[in-house]
Design a protein around this ligand. Structure first.
Ligand code: PMP
Ligand code: GLN
Length: 378
């Protein structure tokens, strides 16, 4: 069979997850919490199931959930997205991203992707016959060089994809970054796809810079969010997408034939849950504590690190330990030391010699302790 994605194999999360399981390794690889969501939220799902919300939801998602998301965005970022025409509930951010790319990206278009990048953007771009134009962010701080970014823009640039807080590096963009981006895109028709799934996981008193706060960015943007990260329910695969009406109309044309709608009882439960204001605002402190716990526990190790500024990922640099490539080292850590992480090179360009591993610290302290003990012994 002639593959539409000849260079794509089984993704890293499936591969490493399986290897971790085979070797009974402590698993800090794929990003998901090992603890339960709020019991109140689970009760609300139970209530929704028993209350008869077991048939199709409306195509765009339930109106009440869209309404409450609209209020939340207005409160946090000061912009009104109309629930009837500018918000769609999606099957996680993954579907929102795939649908957005398939809606707007055509054959021979160019899409700018900042590397390293989360792994679901590029295959979607390639599936629709467009070209990925990578812009490299250099470690250890992964700041963007705006001149390099500017020179990557050309007449064929259809879309730019950004992600703050950033997976896998744990960096966040400042207000100044957003203003620079706004200025560069000012006189173009470029669509911005903003992956903000970690919007509620930002540390050290900093604020998340949503594109919705910047009027000239918001008018050209599709923003993707995920309840999975915010409420410790990655397995529910429920998220949402917001965009101005003209973009959202096009998005929904595809969405309705992609999934039509997403699961109904969790939408009901999330609506009720979101009526109690504020719980997502505790998430920054909750995960900052975990980050600090993990960093403190590994500070005597030979790994080097810059504290993560957001997300639930921490990069550890192992260049003082070995010269091995990161995939080899990650595999060896699983097989010999029983600890699983994700090699950063899978998010990066092929020829990069990354010496960093990504660890997910959305874990209970006992698991972080086990991981730290292994890391300290290396
Ligand atoms: N974007 C980023 C940056 C992610 O880390 C993830 C992974 N969880 C997603 C999108 C996908 O989110 P979801 O699980 O809601 O599909
Ligand atoms: N976003 C999570 C991560 O980066 C999980 C991704 C996935 O399972 N596809 O680890």
């Amino acid at each position: 069979i002639s593959s539409k994605l000849p260079d794509v194999g089984t993704n890293i999360f499936t591969y490493i997850g399986k290897l971790a399981h085979q070797h009974n390794a402590v698993n800090l690889s794929q990003g998901f919490p090992n603890f339960s969501p709020d019991p109140k939220l689970l009760q609300l799902v139970d209530k929704a199931l028993k209350g008869g919300h077991n048939q199709y939801a409306p195509m765009q998602g339930t109106f009440t959930l869209r309404e409450i998301i609209s209020e939340k965005i207005k409160t946090l970022y000061g912009k009104t997205y109309h629930p009837e025409s500018e918000i769609t509930i999606t099957a996680g951010a993954t579907q929102a991203i795939f649908t957005a790319i398939s809606t707007f990206v055509r054959q021979d278009d160019e899409v700018i992707v900042l590397k390293p990048a989360y792994d679901c953007y590029e295959p979607a771009i390639e599936l629709f016959g467009a070209k990925v134009v990578p812009v490299q962010l250099e470690g250890p701080d992964y700041k963007i060089d705006w001149n390099t970014f500017k020179s990557a823009i050309g007449p064929k640039t259809k879309m730019v994809i950004i992600n703050t807080p950033h997976n896998p590096t744990g960096t966040i963009w400042s207000e100044n970054d957003m203003l620079q981006l706004q200025e560069i895109l000012k006189d173009t028709n470029i669509i911005l796809l903003s992956d903000e799934v970690y919007e509620h996981i930002v540390f050290d008193g900093k604020a998340h810079q949503s594109v919705s706060k910047f009027p000239d960015l918001a008018t050209r943007s599709i923003v993707c969010s995920s309840f999975g990260k915010t409420f410790h329910v990655t397995g529910w695969k429920v998220g949402y997408c917001i965009a101005p009406k003209s973009l959202m109309e096009e998005f929904q044309k595809v969405h309705q034939f992609n999934v039509f709608c997403v699961n109904h009882p969790t939408q009901k439960a999330l609506t009720e849950y979101l009526k109690t204001p504020g719980h997502y605002l505790d998430l920054n402190a909750f995960y900052q504590k975990k980050r600090d716990y993990f960093l403190e526990a590994v500070k005597g190790s030979k790994f080097e690190m810059i504290p993560s500024a957001g997300t639930y990922f921490q990069l550890l640099d192992y260049s003082k330990i070995t010269n091995e490539g990161d995939t080899d080292f990650a595999e060896r850590l699983i097989k010999e030391n029983k600890l699983a992480s994700i090699p950063v090179s899978v998010f990066n360009l092929n020829n990069r010699d990354d010496k960093q591993l990504r660890f997910c610290f959305a874990k209970t302290d006992d698991v972080l302790d086990q991981a730290a003990e292994i890391l300290n012994g290396i």
